[in-house]
Write a protein of this length. Structure first.
Length: 242
């Protein structure tokens, strides 16, 4: 669908709620915010265009947007984290390259924590795509997350002073300095229902298992390396004419 007569930029922006692990490595669950972003069309200088102006599937390789919200982590809310510094809510934004076929999609994304952790994280994924009707799209496929040294240290590391504070309060968190690399591997099941030409109802169920230095973290060791998350929300097609 074309929202403007001659759009220069078309993208889809979504917001909703998620229910899953309270923080990376937690064995308890809570409700938090979720968000999504997908690029559809861009008209550049000289009439150069990327993507689909009409929304029709574009097979082959194409650029894509990437977006993720990570809820805050607070020791005040989780006594088992006593001694650890709080980690604020993070909003990751980034770009990636995707490949689309009739019943298959794959992507590689790099995101930066523009709000919150201020470091890089990458994600690889692929999906089998089914379209039972012209309004319903179903996806299922694997996911693999890679974190920079700073990302892994933010969410899985324990500094010396933090460890001392934890042990003094009766906790069990020993010092730990993870390196960059693999964070988790998992699978995601998704569903999108087009309510009309602009609005979609989106849902996903995801399972991740921590790997490598993330799995070896004492934060994960006292919680769980199995993580589940259910998200649901609304997304809207936005068209801008510059």
């Amino acid at each position: 669908p074309i929202v403007a007569a001659s759009p220069d930029l078309i993208f889809r922006l979504g917001a909703g709620l998620s229910y899953g692990s309270s923080y990376f490595g937690s064995n308890s669950n809570e409700v938090g915010p979720s968000g999504s972003f997908s690029f559809q069309f861009l008209r550049g200088p000289g009439g150069m265009a990327l993507g689909s102006e009409t929304g029709a599937p574009q097979y082959g390789f194409a650029p894509r947007g990437s977006f993720r919200v990570i809820g805050k982590r607070s020791a005040a809310d989780h006594p088992e984290l006593t001694g650890l510094n709080d980690v604020p809510l993070s909003v990751e934004v980034g770009l990636g390259l995707g490949y689309t076929a009739q019943n298959f999609e794959a992507f590689a994304d790099v995101r930066y924590g523009a709000i919150g952790h201020h470091t890089f994280v990458g994600e690889l994924g692929a999906d089998l795509v089914l379209r039972p009707s012209d309004r319903l799209t179903l996806t299922a496929g694997p996911r693999f997350v890679i974190g920079s040294n700073k990302f892994n240290d933010t969410y899985f590391g324990v500094t010396g002073p933090e460890s001392a504070a934890s042990l003094a309060a009766g906790g069990t968190l020993g010092g730990y300095n993870p390196g960059g690399g693999s964070v988790s591997a998992g699978v995601e099941l998704g569903a999108t229902y087009a309510l009309n030409d602009k609005w979609n109802l989106d849902g996903a169920l995801r399972y991740d298992k921590f790997l490598g230095d993330a799995k070896a973290s004492p934060i994960v060791g006292q919680g769980s390396d199995d993580q589940f998350r259910l998200t649901i929300g609304l997304s809207r097609l936005i068209s801008l004419d510059f």
